[in-house]
Structures are given as structure tokens and as C-alpha cells.
Design a protein around this ligand. Structure first.
Ligand code: MF3
Ligand code: CO
Ligand code: CO
Length: 293
């Protein structure tokens, strides 16, 4: 059956077909038109050049912070020590650690070890040889936010640990490869799920997603790391969002601990994650928190 111009769009956006995927050329509409369409329909604030410059500056500080932490990762340090490094380095460079007091989060950075998926609270836990540790840094600088994370090895690690970290890193790479005007948010999740679950027999966490970022820590749209090709919102230049797949070695299910923050795998299996903040450009994307993948 043919889809009518006024029928609901099959991509699930809730828009009429004619206002959505019928016009894949939307991605080439004028920026001023796109700004209105994306705000009115999705509450997405497209970013202009000066905003992107601001987010990029915040992103440079985020990446420098991750570099500093990377050099300090070794058996015997506490996760609180990572918090101190991030907090002091951020402040010293004129930034604000965005996690601190965010919906009551008590520290300046998320540090998640082994079976911890994300939102780990730094504390007295001591890193030991063989651990993997994700450090997730979000910095506000001159009013702009950037958000990125990496998973590090603590000394020599197991083959399982090497595998899950490699799969998480490649998952981010595969997701980002889909980012260009005319593709959809569903294409990103589809590529990640296809690789991590179908090709590598790992699993993608469903409950936590990538997100718009820049003017706020978390803005629309949500960016799931699973999904269907061609579904969801069409990507257009000026969209700024994170891609941050959480990949488990075992099953996808998670539990939130009694501290109300720490997310762990239900089966206790290892979990890894990499995150970058990107902007959709005319031909593809540019990372605003660039590091090698
Ligand atoms: N940085 C996380 C993200 O990637 C969010 C952490 S929220 C916090 O979206 F409150 F735990 F910091
Ligand atoms: Co994020
Ligand atoms: Co983050």
C-alpha cells in the first residue's frame, strides 16, 4: 500500500509523512527554516557557528582532562583520586565539572569499573591490575557543555577485558560513521547494534542513550544505540549530540545500585563505553571532543 502525504510517517516521528521522510531533502533546507522545524517538532536547538566554536572549546578541555587522567591510571589509585584530578584540572582551566550536583550527583566525574556500566560515583575503591575503568567527563566552559568518555586498562588485563573494550570502541566508530545529513538517528543505533550484537555477540544497553548537548548537559534528541535503519529524526547540519554506546560482554540487562546512581550489569559481566560529542556538518560530522578511535 502506498503511504499518503498526510499519513503518519513510517519512521515513527509522529509527523505527517509529507513533513518528514517524504522530503529527505530536508537536510538541504535553509538553516533558518531547519532551526524552526527542529525546534517546533522536536525541541532540538540547532547550533550556529559561534555555538559550535564554544562547544569545541569546552570539548578541548574535556579531551585534555581525559589525557591527564589516562597518564595517571595505574593499580593502587582510588576512584576518588580520579575525581580530584578532574575537579582541580577543570577549575584551573576556567571550567565547571557538570556532573557535580547534577540531579544530586555528588562528585565531579563518573568513574565506572568492570561490571559498572556508567554513573559510578568516585570513592574509596582502589583500582587493581586487570580492571577496566571508564572515566566520563562533562565540562561547562563559557556557558557551553561538552561530554566525552573513554575506558582505560589498569595494567595488564584479560582477553575478555580486551575484547569488550575493543568492541565498545568500534561500536562508537560504527555509529559515528552513519552521521551525515539525510541519514537518521535510527541509522546510528542500527549500525551499533548490528556490529556489537550480531557480529560480536555482545549486547547493547537500552536504558541509557546518547543525547543532544551544548546549551545544556542533556538536551533533545535522545540517541539510542539500537534501532532500525531509516527510523527516527533526520540528521541535519547544526545538530550537536553525543554517541556513547554501553556494551556488555554478557546480557543487556542492568541494575541500579542502592546509591541510586551506579548502573551495573545484572549478570555481573564486564561493560565498556566510549563517548564523543559531535556536530553534524554539511557532508558528515566533526567531533568536538576528538580522540583517536
Ligand atoms: N556523562 C553522562 C553522559 O554521558 C551523564 C552523567 S550524569 C551524572 O550522559 F550525573 F552522573 F553525572
Ligand atoms: Co553523554
Ligand atoms: Co558522558
Amino acid at each position: 500500500m502506498k503511504i499518503g502525504r498526510n499519513d503518519p510517517c513510517p519512521c515513527g516521528s509522529g509527523l505527517k509523512y509529507k513533513k518528514c521522510c517524504l522530503n529527505k531533502k530536508r537536510a538541504q533546507d535553509s538553516f533558518e527554516n531547519l532551526k524552526k522545524i527542529y525546534w517546533n517538532n522536536y525541541k532540538i536547538r540547532l547550533k550556529e557557528k559561534k555555538d559550535i566554536e564554544g562547544i569545541k572549546k569546552a570539548g578541548e578541555l574535556v579531551v585534555k582532562t581525559l589525557d591527564l587522567v589516562e597518564k595517571e591510571i595505574r593499580p593502587g589509585i582510588t576512584t576518588d583520586y580520579i575525581n580530584k584530578l578532574v575537579h582541580e584540572f577543570t577549575i584551573a582551566h576556567g571550567g565547571i565539572p557538570a556532573p557535580l550536583n547534577y540531579h544530586g550527583f555528588p562528585k565531579s566525574v563518573c568513574v565506572s569499573v568492570n561490571e559498572e556500566v556508567c554513573h559510578g560515583i568516585p570513592g574509596k575503591r582502589v583500582l587493581k591490575e586487570g580492571d577496566i575503568v571508564n572515566v566520563d567527563v562533562t565540562t561547562k566552559l563559557n556557558g557551553y557543555y561538552a561530554d566525552a568518555n573513554k575506558t582505560f586498562f589498569v595494567g595488564e588485563v584479560s582477553e575478555d577485558a580486551k575484547k569488550i573494550v575493543a568492541v565498545a570502541k568500534e561500536s562508537l566508530k560504527r555509529g559515528l560513521a552513519q552521521v551525515k545529513p539525510g541519514n537518521t538517528i535510527g541509522d546510528i543505533g542500527w549500525a551499533i547494534q548490528q556490529y556489537a550484537e550480531v557480529e560480536q555477540d555482545c549486547s547493547v544497553v537500552r536504558e541509557m542513550v546518547g543525547h543532544g548537548v551544548g546549551f545544556e548537559f542533556h538536551e533533545p534528541p535522545q540517541v539510542p544505540h539500537f534501532g532500525k535503519k531509516g527510523h527516527g529524526i533526520i540528521l541535519v547540519p547544526g545538530m550537536v549530540f553525543t554517541v556513547e554506546p554501553m556494551i556488555n560482554l554478557g546480557k543487556k540487562d542492568i541494575i541500579i545500585l542502592k546509591d541510586k546512581w551506579t548502573v551495573v550489569t545484572k549478570d555481573g559481566s564486564l561493560s565498556a563505553q566510549f563517548e564523543q560529542t559531535i556536530v553534524v556538518t554539511e557532508y558528515g560530522y566533526e567531533s568536538l571532543t576528538p580522540y583517536d578511535l
